[in-house]
Design a protein around this ligand. Structure first.
Ligand code: CAA
Length: 258
């Protein structure tokens, strides 16, 4: 893609792939990468032919964090005025389900990028961590908030305060990843999971992701209200009629994503 310098983008079936591609910096996330990942994700999100997105890196590194060399000399005012990581909010707001396929280092912003995804598949060589305190800063792309919600306070606090790296097995044990697979199978498995998602009716996928997000953002009562409304709303879709008719007729459904 002439369009992109730091990522590779392709579509496989109904799955949009975004591969971080800055091997010289272990896929450290600089401003260009952030803009490109956000643009690619929003482009896939706007495409009805795409029902799931995979974000991945290399076998050695998913992403070793925000780009330290780019940030090092910045002032507090500059970081604030440019809202240095602000665009990542647009990545997290994508309506299409996103699968992170993580091998190697997922540190700092790399771990936080995975935490913005809906499914995290980890290879047995994945390593997660939030080493920011060692740099005199703290996680800045959501780590303190999303880790507490995903792992609970005490696991999250230990990771953020010590900067300790954890391997794939521990990440699975504490609930930081959906599933661990052998490194050689990671990309095939990511495509399989993403395609399984992508074949489902888009209106139901959008509603499901929005309702899951609500669970992290609102009270139980409000989340349940949101869920009931979203559930009811799907009864105006052709795919609800098709899905339920196919069940009754004991055949495979043929969805139109309408
Ligand atoms: N930013 C910029 N460059 C990075 C980088 C980063 N986060 N991580 C690695 N690189 C660069 C290295 O500087 C090195 O470049 P040179 O060859 O030009 O020196 C290259 O990538 C290869 O890295 P190493 O030689 O260090 O590779 P290694 O295998 O010896 O070590 C590592 C791997 C343990 C991941 C180590 O690179 C490392 O500790 N990286 C930084 C991890 C980190 O602190 N991440 C948090 C960043 S801050 C952040 O993310 C803020 C936030 O919340 C958003």
């Amino acid at each position: 893609d002439a369009e992109y310098q730091t990522i590779r983008v392709e579509q496989r079936g109904r799955v949009g792939w975004i591969t971080l591609d800055r091997p010289e910096a272990l896929n450290a996330l600089n401003t260009a990468t952030m803009r490109e990942v956000v643009a690619a994700a929003e482009t896939f999100d706007a495409d009805e032919g795409v029902g799931a997105i995979v974000v991945t890196g290399s076998e050695k590194a998913f992403a070793a964090g925000a780009d330290i060399k780019e940030m090092e000399s910045k002032s507090s005012v500059e970081m604030t005025l440019t809202d240095h990581f602000g665009a990542w909010a647009r990545f997290a707001a994508v309506r299409t389900p996103v699968v992170a396929a993580v091998s190697g280092y997922a540190l700092g912003g790399g771990c936080e990028l995975a935490l913005m995804c809906d499914v995290i598949l980890a290879s047995d060589r994945a390593r997660f961590g939030q080493p920011e305190v060692q740099l005199g800063v703290i996680p800045g792309m959501g780590g303190t908030q999303r880790l507490v919600r995903a792992l609970g306070y005490y696991k999250a606090a230990e990771l953020v305060l010590t900067g300790r790296m954890i391997d794939a097995a521990e990440a699975e044990r504490v609930g930081l990843v959906s599933r661990v697979v052998p490194a050689t199978d990671l990309l095939d498995e990511a495509q399989t999971v993403a395609q399984t998602i992508a074949e489902k009716p888009l209106p139901a996928l959008y509603a499901a992701k929005a309702a899951l997000d609500a669970a992290l953002e609102t009270s139980l009562a409000e989340g349940l209200r949101f869920e009931r409304q979203a559930f009811a709303g799907l009864f105006d879709t052709a795919d609800q009629k098709e899905g339920m008719a196919a069940f009754r007729e004991k055949r495979a459904p043929s969805f139109t994503h309408r």
